[in-house]
Ligand binder design. Sequence first.
Ligand code: NAD
Ligand code: GLY
Length: 368
Amino acid sequence: MADGVLELKVDLGERSYPIYIGSGLLDGIGARFAERRFPVKSPVMIVADEAIVDLYAEKVEKSLDAAGYKVTTVVVPSGETSKSLEMLDELIGAALQAGLDRKSTVIALGGGVIGDLAGFVAATYMRGVRFVQVPTTILAHDSSVGGKVAVNHRLAKNIIGAFYQPEFVLYDLDTLASLPIREVRAGLSEVVKHGLIWNAEFVQWCDDNAERLLSLDREALGYALFEGCKVKATVVSQDERENDLRAILNLGHTIGHALEAVAGYGVLVHGEAIAIGMVGSARLAAKFGYPPRIAEVTEALFRKIGSPVRFPADIGTDDIMDAMMHDKKFQEGMMVFVVPTDIGKVEIRNDVPSSWVREIVDGLREGK
Ligand code: NAD
Ligand code: GLY
């Protein structure tokens, strides 16, 4: 750590990149562009979430301007529905109008929605331009690292996408102060996910420090995001394209993505849906004979954070089962699940009987 900035590396050979986590980092983004010799003559486009554009875009613009870059900011409506082909088309149009060329940079300023969307713009505009992630949600410690970028199709989430790594990730903790508490809770559930996958000690630390995290204590938050990003960076460095190991990062996704889609995007926010999915996976673990304690610890920790652990009663099991069949994780006629074998350890299973899945899903409905 230098000057209070925590630094990590995603190790991908020539495409390796740093993640910076700390306070007051937005002011220094221009200097980071200059130090990397991003060409000053090529315009930069900031893709910003409308909820935060007035709060943070000016800092980024001023810093880049001071370093000599010409910047255009494009505002995108908040929410999952912006991860669409229509919005991609709009942003490509905006990039052309702003004169972005092959040496230009697209900056994502926002949460996971903006990161995934702007990243896909960067991956596709002129067959790929530079991309920088400036995450402003806790959840985006997950989405801003690892290079999965995508938009949704009406039938399935994240189904039109690419692997496209950023040049760097700049995580300014100050931006998290404006997050609604619901998004804080949802983001923390993804922090816990990284512990559940990889690091039992970190799960215990999250449990011991839940209050500090919920009150956005900078030191606790910086450490938690660093540890979460470390798990993600370690896994992605070993398996960038999800040939095998990276699939473990999908803990909670099989049920979670289906729930998110069926509930209607926004009814359950992403982190909430994944938290419910993780409780489901922990219950599946018990079916496979792993200790019931896994489900108890998982559910108790999400309750402590204030993440929902049940989905709304009006969502039908058949609809959820159908949505799972459209997921990218549905392969060779089987649903693929990440199942915890202990706290901090998981395995991939493609032999889960659909009767078990149905039973687990039923048990996750509110009122159960
Ligand atoms: P989000 O981007 O929708 O942000 C959540 C909400 O917070 C939005 O309403 C947004 O307007 C608001 N917001 C953002 N920053 C704020 C701030 N600093 N202050 C106040 N409000 C703020 O959602 P998210 O939870 O950040 O990300 C979810 C998305 O990320 C989903 O689309 C999911 O599929 C994707 N995701 C991608 C990956 C990946 O590897 N690419 C991993 C996990 C999740
Ligand atoms: N969020 C899952 C992954 O990045 O692979």
